[in-house]
Structure formats: structure tokens, C-alpha cells
Design a protein around this ligand. Structure first.
Ligand code: GAP
Length: 535
């Protein structure tokens, strides 16, 4: 499936629109339309229900080291600026970027690739923003254009070495930028902080400067003591939060995959240091299974454990749940969720001040005068275990998911093209979104076969009965085959049709979107059947 095909469907049927589209759109910002908002709400609700409200804190779930509690939180988007200083985001939440003086575009340094190419003794590095096969083609076309050659002269180019990242190149003067025609237009790499800045109150000065949160996690850490004191939870327990996060990404791309405003679903799970590795493994596996349970195929989904070199200094394990999105080159995966063992880094930072690594220790970073560079809250964020009489800073395991990336993966996975018979039994091409019933925006559509003989009245009655319980849809316009296909295209799992037989015996047909099987049930049993089918 081409990404453009899915993007067109999302626009046409009201899943996703470019933000502020009538003004030309805003790069990196997306609006969810009437169906998209239902899909995303269903993802959030499935996550909240599966992770928080339906969790039984009296029994250890399969694979868990013990029973545990889960509670929720909704913290603010704008927080005290000190939060971001102590968390490290103020100094470290940066990407390296390069600017192009010619195209006036900005690129992420780690996303520029290219190949060395020589023609008649002149050597250049033809850079592109892609990797893999696309990059091969891109660099070839750029090099041909630069050296004023035609396609049939491609053999005259000498390729030196494989595709490699820009960071391997020493001399930027020899680089032909991704959108440039002349050489050496890329600036040396510079740090760029990804946090959006804002000001609190009427004065716009350094003292009133604050930030839109780049993650929801910090709201949980700073409320650790509040939750502990108010809800009487005991370690081990988790705090869950869903909310918007903002990152001024240098190159937003791939539809909603890398946006500047997006939604996260994060858990901070607090446990005793001695069992944190076991909890990390539990959450890693539990979260992986969650995506499979909602229909992501295990073929395109993978759990990638980070190598020791990739790990943050305070972590004893991090894994990414990744999906082979169709817009990525073959064999490449994009991150859906990260599960990180964070040790006591976050709680300690908010207690003592920003931490840095010194040898194999984490210590408070000091300024030139030997004072903490960024002061922590000074509040006691330790935990006292009344049974063992032990006082300690809990370790944290953090499963951090993106709701928009999950929505995109579920849409990519669900999209299919096949054939289904029309009302005359003739096979017709159809587009179908095989979304899991829990995620489908509309759960069932109700149709009268024709607009006469009292069928619309019965169908409306059924619609009115189901509507308070589920998001159902009524449609009586056009041929019934076309109505089925309209529902298939937006992922409605069941269609209920009132026909001639309904008038005689009160039964209707239920049609399954995926198997195309149709069966009859009595009008009075529709709700009970849907109850079973939609769980
Ligand atoms: N608190 C940890 C944290 O924020 P992260 O890996 O930076 O970790 C977690 O983000 C998840 O948030 C990612 O796995 C992804 O699903 C989502 N995410 C991050 N940046 C995003 C962006 N620019 N657009 C959409 N989703 C994003």
C-alpha cells in the first residue's frame, strides 16, 4: 500500500486533515476529523482501560513479579521552568541541525545521507534526506544534474563508497545539499533545542519564560509524593497519564509520524530497586502484546532491545516497540513506544538538582562556584516501606507510547484492497479498513434494504435502540452494496440490514466486514450479539 493512498482516504473520509489547511496548512500539525477523533479516542480508551481502570490490583497479572496498583493523573502542559532544567531537557533536549544557505531549508544532521561521486576528477558528496534505495536514486539524479549529464551518461560517474551519513564528511565545502544546486551551502551542525518556548504573564522576559512540555512524564514525577500521600498506594505502583506533548521537530515528516504537537500515553511505574529489572521485562512484554491484541501483525511489529552502548547511563534496559511503516524503506522500522528502565534518575533530579555522570556515579551538576547548576525542589521524594522499615528512592520503569503513531500504525495495518460481491452477487473491488472492533470509529451501520414497505421505520427503531450504547450509523441512501462498501472503507465491522423477511419474522441480517458472512438474528437479539462481537 502506498502512503499517498492511505493519506487520500484519511482526508476523503474525515480521519485526518492538515492543520489550518485553508491557509495552506502548518507543517507538523494535524487535525483529526469526525472519524479520526473516534479512532484516536478508542485507542486512548483501550489503553486507559487495559492499563488503568480494568487492572486488578489484588492479583499479579501473568508474568508480573507481584500484584500492583495503577492510578491516573492529568497534569498541566506548562509547568515550572525548573522542571525542565532538572530533568535535563533545558540543556540536552536538542538535535543537531544544518541549514542550507541556498534552499533556506533546515535538516536534521543525523537524517542527511549521501554518496561520494567523482566525474572528471571532481569529487562531491551528493546529499539526500532519505536512506536506502530511494537515496541511491536521489543521489544519482542529483549528481547527473550537477555535472550536467544525461541519464544515459550515468556510467561515466565514479561512485566512491556506499551511502553514508553526512556526519562522516569532514569538508562541508564538497557537499551538495539535499535541495541545493551549488556546492558547500550547508552550514556546520548546530544544536537546536526542541522545546517550544512561551511566556507566563504579561512580561516577556527571561524570568517569565516557560516551555510547552515535550513529554507528559515529568508531570508524573513531580506529582509522585502527591499521589502517594493522597491515594494510599504502596510500591509497586504505576501512574498513568495521557496528554498532548510538543516538540519543535526540525523535520516533521511521514504524515503524523513525526509531528510538532502529538499525544503521549505514558506510565511511570515505581518499584524497589532490587526488582526493577523484572518489572522492566514485565512491562516490555505486556506492552508488546497490547499492540498484537489490537491487531498489529507480529510480522511488521518488533521488539528491539537497545544495545548497552545505546542505553542512557542510568538505565539497565530499554526496548523499543517498532512497526514497519509502509513509508519507510524496506527493512526499516519506526518507533511506536519506548520502554525504559530509568533507575532513580528522575526522582533524584527533582529532589537534588540536575544530575550528571561522573565515572559510574550520578552526581549533582555544579556551576563554577561549586553550587548546584540547577537546584532541585529540595522536597523529600523517597519512599518509606512501613513493613520493612526501609527508606529508598524508587526505581522507575517507563512505558511511553505515542497515540498518534499508534493510530497511524493501526490505519496502515488495517488498509486492504480486495473484492466483495455486490447486491447482484457480482464481485466488486473494495477498499476495507480491517480495524479491530474496539478501535473502529463506527461499530455498526443500520440499513433498510429499500426505502419503502416500512423498512426505514424498523431500521430507525433499531438504530435508536443501539445508539445510546454504541456509535452506530444509519444510512438509507443508494444501493445497499454501495452502502456496505462505504462502511468497509471506514472500518465499520458490522452492517445490520432490514429486508423483506424482517417484515415477516422480525429477523435482520448481520454482515461481517472481514469474512463477508451474513447471518440472521431476531431484532430483539441484535444488542446481545453486538455485545459479544465488539468486545
Ligand atoms: N518520556 C519518554 C519519552 O517521551 P520518547 O521516545 O521521546 O520518550 C515516546 O517519546 C513516544 O512518543 C514515542 O515512542 C512516539 O510514539 C511518541 N513521539 C515522540 N515524538 C513524537 C513526534 N514528534 N510525533 C509523534 N509522536 C512522537
Amino acid at each position: 500500500m502506498e502512503m499517498d493512498t492511505l493519506a487520500a482516504l484519511c482526508k476523503r473520509r474525515g480521519f485526518l486533515f492538515s492543520s489550518s489547511e485553508i491557509y495552506g496548512g502548518l507543517n507538523g500539525f494535524w487535525d483529526y476529523g469526525p472519524l479520526g477523533v473516534e479512532l484516536k479516542r478508542n485507542i486512548r480508551e483501550a489503553w486507559w482501560r487495559d492499563m488503568v481502570t480494568s487492572h486488578n490490583e489484588l492479583e499479579p497479572p501473568p508474568g508480573a513479579p507481584s500484584a500492583y496498583a495503577m492510578v491516573g493523573l492529568d497534569s498541566t502542559i506548562i509547568m515550572h521552568p525548573q522542571v525542565w532544567k532538572c530533568s535535563g531537557h533545558y540543556d540536552l533536549f536538542c538535535d543537531l541541525m544544518v541549514d542550507c544557505r541556498e534552499s533556506k531549508r533546515r535538516y536534521r544532521y543525523d537524517q542527511v545521507y549521501g554518496r561520494w561521486v567523482e566525474y572528471q576528477g571532481r569529487k562531491i558528496f551528493a546529499a539526500t534526506e532519505a536512506m536506502g534505495q530511494e537515496a541511491e536514486q536521489d543521489t544519482l539524479q542529483k549528481a547527473l544534474r550537477f555535472f550536467n549529464l544525461r541519464n544515459k551518461d550515468a556510467d561515466e560517474l565514479q561512485w566512491l563508497g556506499p551511502i553514508e551519513p553526512l556526519s562522516h564528511v569532514q569538508n562541508m565545502e564538497q557537499v551538495l545539499g539535499p535541495d541545493a544546486k551549488t556546492l558547500g551551502t550547508l552550514t556546520p551542525p548546530r544544536m537546536f533545542n526542541l522545546m517550544f518556548e512561551t511566556y507566563i504573564g504579561p512580561l516577556q522576559d527571561e524570568a517569565s519564560k516557560s516551555f510547552l512540555r515535550p513529554e507528559t512524564a515529568q508531570g508524573i514525577f513531580v506529582n509522585f509524593k502527591n499521589v502517594l500521600d493522597s491515594s494510599r498506594v504502596k510500591i509497586p505502583f504505576g501512574i498513568a497519564q495521557i496528554g498532548k506533548s510538543f516538540r519543535n521537530e526540525i523535520t516533521p515528516r511521514y504524515f503524523t509520524f513525526r509531528s510538532r504537537e502529538f499525544e503521549q500515553m505514558e506510565i511511570e511505574f515505581f518499584c524497589h530497586p532490587s526488582v526493577s529489572r523484572a518489572w522492566y521485562e514485565y512491562w516490555r512484554n505486556r506492552r508488546f502484546q497490547w499492540y498484537i491484541g489490537l491487531g498489529l501483525s507480529s510480522e511488521r511489529l518488533r521488539l528491539r532491545e537497545h544495545s548497552p552502548e545505546e542505553l542512557s547511563h542510568y538505565s539497565c534496559g530499554t526496548a523499543d516497540i517498532e512497526y514497519a511503516f509502509p513509508f519507510l524503506p524496506p527493512g526499516e522500522f519506526g518507533e511506536l513506544e519506548g520502554i525504559a528502565h530509568r533507575g532513580d534518575f528522575d526522582l533524584r533530579s527533582h529532589m537534588e538538582g540536575k544530575l550528571v555522570r561522573q565515572g559510574d556515579q550520578l552526581v549533582v551538576e555544579l556551576d563554577e562556584e561549586g553550587k548546584p547548576r540547577y537546584r532541585g525542589s529540595g522536597r523529600d521524594l523517597t519512599y518509606f516501606d512501613e513493613e520493612t522499615r526501609e527508606k529508598y528512592i524508587p526505581h522507575v520503569v517507563e512505558p511511553s507510547a505515542g497515540a498518534d503513531r499508534a493510530a497511524l500504525a493501526f490505519l496502515c495495518e488495517a488498509y486492504a484492497e480486495d473484492e466483495a460481491p455486490d447486491e447482484h452477487g457480482k464481485p466488486q473491488k473494495r477498499v476495507v479498513l480491517r480495524l479491530h472492533p474496539r478501535l473502529a470509529p463506527i461499530k455498526a451501520a443500520v440499513f433498510p434494504l429499500v426505502r419503502k414497505d416500512g423498512m426505514p421505520e424498523i431500521a430507525r427503531e433499531i438504530y435508536a435502540q443501539l445508539k445510546p450504547r454504541w456509535n452506530v450509523f444509519y444510512d438509507e441512501k443508494g444501493a445497499v452494496g454501495r452502502r456496505y462498501r462505504r462502511q468497509d472503507e471506514i472500518g465499520t465491522p458490522y452492517c445490520i440490514t432490514v429486508d423483506g423477511q424482517t417484515l415477516q419474522d422480525g429477523t435482520v441480517t448481520i454482515r461481517d466486514r472481514d469474512t463477508l458472512r451474513q447471518w440472521r438474528v431476531h431484532q430483539k437479539e441484535i444488542a446481545a450479539q453486538l455485545e459479544d462481537l465488539l468486545c
